[in-house]
Design a protein around this ligand. Structure first.
Ligand SMILES: [Zn+2]
Length: 231
């Protein structure tokens, strides 16, 4: 059993970027945690193979929250591999399935009028990209405290703030936390993700503290990569 962090590399406005979905793997299950922006399926498949994971072997995909960089490729993934089951929290599921309007889209539309003139085209492009996200129904609904046998045992952690139904995953046996966007690595430390995109800063701070207090050996962050806690 193992937990494998992926490096999905791409260019955005001439900048080299990387985001980090994670794979939880044991004899029974291969679970992908988050899956990248829209149209990243081939990059995802290539990186999975690079790390010794056959895309065909994925049994489940868990979406930590409904942002485009985490669920963007979900539709394409599910279309090509229809047996994959989608897991999300009870709060995020309606945004992932499209039953409720994306909170990020609502936020972006609210902010548009407050943006300086020079940033309006960026705001409009962002809104446009969020509107194009394709939705997928959620098969398995989870909440904080739920426990699964994956790779020696994984607990679902409720880590709201970035979005209200954000979840992280704690594998006690391997001493690993997969943070999603509840923690990012900045200046070699665990921090709250970009405050502009944090829907509830107080909750986000509390969630970060909760993750740090668990004092895991390794933190896999979607933005920033791998954090080793030298305890
Ligand atoms: Zn993100």
């Amino acid at each position: 059993m193992e937990i494998i962090q992926l490096d999905l590399k791409f260019t955005y406005n001439d900048n080299e970027m990387v985001i980090h979905p994670t794979v939880i793997k044991d004899a029974k299950e291969v679970i992908l945690i988050d899956c990248g922006y829209p149209h990243m399926l081939s990059i995802l498949e290539e990186e999975l193979r690079n790390k010794g994971v056959a895309p065909e072997s994925i049994s489940k995909v868990l979406i930590t929250h409904h942002d485009d960089d985490h669920m963007g490729t979900l539709f394409e993934l599910k279309k090509k591999y229809p047996t994959i089951q989608v897991i999300a929290s009870d709060i995020e599921k309606d945004y992932i399935s499209g039953e409720k309007k994306s909170l990020r889209l609502i936020q972006a539309e609210d902010m548009l009028n407050k943006l300086p003139e020079t940033e309006k085209s960026f705001g409009l492009a962002f809104i446009d990209s969020l509107k194009k996200i394709k939705h997928v129904p959620v098969d398995i609904v989870v909440k904080g405290g739920d426990y699964f046998e994956w790779a020696g045992g994984c607990e679902i952690l409720s880590t709201p703030g970035h979005t209200p139904g954000h979840i992280s995953i704690y594998n006690k046996k391997l001493d690993v936390i997969i943070t999603g966007d509840a923690a990012v690595i900045e200046d070699k430390a665990l921090k709250v993700a970009n405050p502009h995109f944090t829907l509830n800063p107080t909750d986000a701070e509390e969630s970060l503290r909760k993750l740090i207090n668990l004092n895991a050996r390794k933190y896999y962050c979607y933005h920033g990569g791998f954090y080793l806690n030298k305890k």
